[in-house]
Design a protein around this ligand. Structure first.
Ligand code: NDP
Length: 456
């Protein structure tokens, strides 16, 4: 049977666009539907705009640091409106670049919401006109990502999520951020860095559950010094109510009430798998609602595959990109390829920034007989003249028997930039002896990672 497309991709985010634009040049006819904006969560309302806001949030600190270097510098003002306008301009540029890339690769794309009526038939509803069109495809790739979830709390409609946080018209004077994961700590640091009175409410004892415990402890202590940030740990939000003054009253589980102008929930994300996309159950989902796939991304309907956040493996853009490339090789280049999800480096663009790769100490101790830990916490050189009190943290987790580095955990300025290079070494199976044999670059913070000699 002849289909309209060899491949139809549903979702124009990182994974979907990557798969489409690498399949079409191989000589296959490729279509793609995106109901919102091309670029998906990462480009439109995730990693990219967040990083831009994060850069801005260092502005006051950077200027204050200059005093120690002989400058008479001060900030005369800050305009959230200008920042958001500049950010929007850049995001529009990137969205256009994504669209052009698809066009250049020969992908036919539709601004439409897609659903499936059978394993090869896709109905496209134009997002603007509502007109429907039916197309068929040999292979279908689900790359529909995820969306923020909000717990069922009275008054939750008063809260925003990360989706809306990027479009606030003004910088709130007072804000509460609920959650203790990536998004919560990143946004709490953005708002506090820009001078908003920020409350971070988290049900656990310290944010970033699942990260190395030493790193969490260090991060928590540094967060606690943040001038405009108040931490409410071991605490929940029990309700939100419109205050007569116009703000929001946030009732905490402990009985305390916070008075704020905005409440942002960063309480996790769920895979985007509506029933009409999943053939009413033929495409099996796991208990979190994520598409069930095999190691090659194949769903329970053999011609339908899935990549990225919709599969809820590791919710990171570079992972979706790798999964998409594995899909293209497997399905269109006759080379079955599955992605290796081990040793994926990741960063939290909080303040301090965190970067991590490999096993936490806790995971390593659970799997290896003997583990050596190398740990260092220090004041980075840049902060000596500035008097900035923030510190850096570095930790290596090493398997004593093989000498292999199992995990690396760092916090401090430019941690993510440092980690990217070291992640190559970890992926290659570097040993502690390799780190010891590497000559440091002096004076840098990163040299600490190759000069730690004594296990702690
Ligand atoms: P996370 O899963 O990281 O964090 C969710 C947080 O919400 C946790 O602290 C969790 O608490 C808390 N929570 C969940 N449910 C409730 C509830 N019912 N009541 C109160 N608190 C609740 O999700 P995020 O939304 O922060 O991020 C999603 C994913 O996106 C991340 O896992 C990451 O992979 C990706 N991401 C990556 C970034 C990067 O690379 N820099 C940036 C942003 C996102 P508890 O810990 O107790 O479960």
């Amino acid at each position: 049977m002849a289909y309209d497309y060899d491949l139809f991709v549903i979702g124009g985010g990182s994974g979907g666009v990557r798969a489409a634009r690498f399949t079409a040049p191989l000589g296959f006819k490729v279509g793609l539907a995106e109901e919102y904006r091309m670029g998906g969560t990462c480009v439109i309302r995730g990693c990219v705009p967040k990083k831009l806001l994060s850069y801005a949030s260092h502005g006051f600190e950077d200027v204050a640091d200059l005093a120690g270097y002989g400058f008479d510098a001060r900030v005369d003002g800050f305009s959230w409106e200008r920042l958001i306008a500049a950010k929007d301009k850049e995001i529009n540029r990137l969205e256009g670049a994504y669209q052009n890339t698809l066009k250049g690769a020969g992908v036919e794309w539709f601004k439409a919401r897609a659903h499936l009526t059978d394993a090869h038939t896709i109905v496209l509803r134009d997002t603007e006109t509502g007109d429907e069109k039916t197309v068929t495809a040999d292979k279908i790739l689900l790359a529909t990502g995820g969306y923020p979830t909000v717990p069922a709390i009275p008054g939750r409609d008063l809260a925003i999520t990360s989706n809306e946080a990027f479009h606030l018209e003004t910088l709130p004077e007072r804000i509460v951020v609920y959650g203790g994961g990536y998004i919560a700590v990143e946004f709490a640091c953005i708002f506090a860095g820009l001078g908003a009175e920020t409350h971070l409410v988290y049900r656990g004892e310290q944010p970033l559950r699942g990260f190395d415990e030493d790193l969490r402890q260090f991060f928590f202590e540094q967060l606690d010094h943040h001038e405009h940030l108040t931490l409410h740990m071991g605490e929940t939000i029990s309700g939100l109510a419109q205050a007569s003054s116009g703000g929001i009253d946030v009732a905490l589980g402990s009985g305390q009430t916070l008075k704020v102008d905005q409440a942002m929930f960063a309480t996790g994300r769920a895979p985007n798998t509506p029933a009409d996309l999943c053939l009413d159950g033929q495409i099996a989902l796991n208990d979190k609602g994520a598409v069930t796939i095999d190691e090659f991304g194949q769903t329970t309907v053999p011609n339908i595959y899935a990549v990225g956040d919709v599969t809820d493996r590791v919710q990171l853009t570079p992972v979706a990109l790798h999964e998409a490339m594995a899909f293209v090789k497997t399905v269109f280049q006759d080379t079955p390829t599955s992605m290796d999800h081990s040793n994926i480096a990741t960063a939290v663009f909080s303040h301090p920034e965190i970067a991590t790769c490999g096993l936490t100490e806790e995971q390593a101790r659970a799997s290896y007989d003997a583990v050596d830990i190398y740990r260092s916490s220090f004041r980075p050189m840049k902060n000596t003249l500035s008097g900035n009190p923030s510190r850096s943290f570095m930790k290596l987790v090493v398997d004593r028997d093989s000498d292999r580095i199992l995990g690396m955990h760092i916090a401090g300025r430019d941690s993510a930039e440092m980690m990217q290079g070291f992640a190559v070494a970890l992926k290659m199976g570097a040993k502690k002896a390799d780190f010891d044999a590497t000559v440091g670059i002096h004076p840098t913070s990163a040299e600490e990672l190759v000069t730690m000699r004594t296990p702690s």
